[in-house]
Design a binder for this molecule. Structure first.
Ligand SMILES: [Zn+2]
Length: 75
């Protein structure tokens, strides 16, 4: 029997993260889930810095933008 050399790092971590919905990032670095469609539908307050996060009318508030799981893992 040979031991598996499969990396410990879960190969599907990206897909797991992305099943949560599209993610976006506050200017302070706080990451939040936008929702299935990836477009913001309400403005909320960042739990970390208190800034407005999300957006309305499919537009993010200034300073916020979507971020991919790959980008998060590369930080
Ligand atoms: Zn924030």
């Amino acid at each position: 029997m040979t031991r598996s050399t499969t990396p410990v790092y879960p190969p599907d971590v990206l897909s797991v993260l992305e099943t949560l919905g599209k993610m976006a990032k506050c200017p302070c670095g706080e990451v939040y889930v936008v929702g299935d469609c990836g477009l913001p539908w309400e403005v909320a307050r960042c739990p970390t810095c208190g800034s407005a996060i999300g957006g309305t009318g499919d537009h993010f508030v200034p300073g916020n933008a979507t971020v991919t799981a790959a980008e998060l893992l590369n930080q």
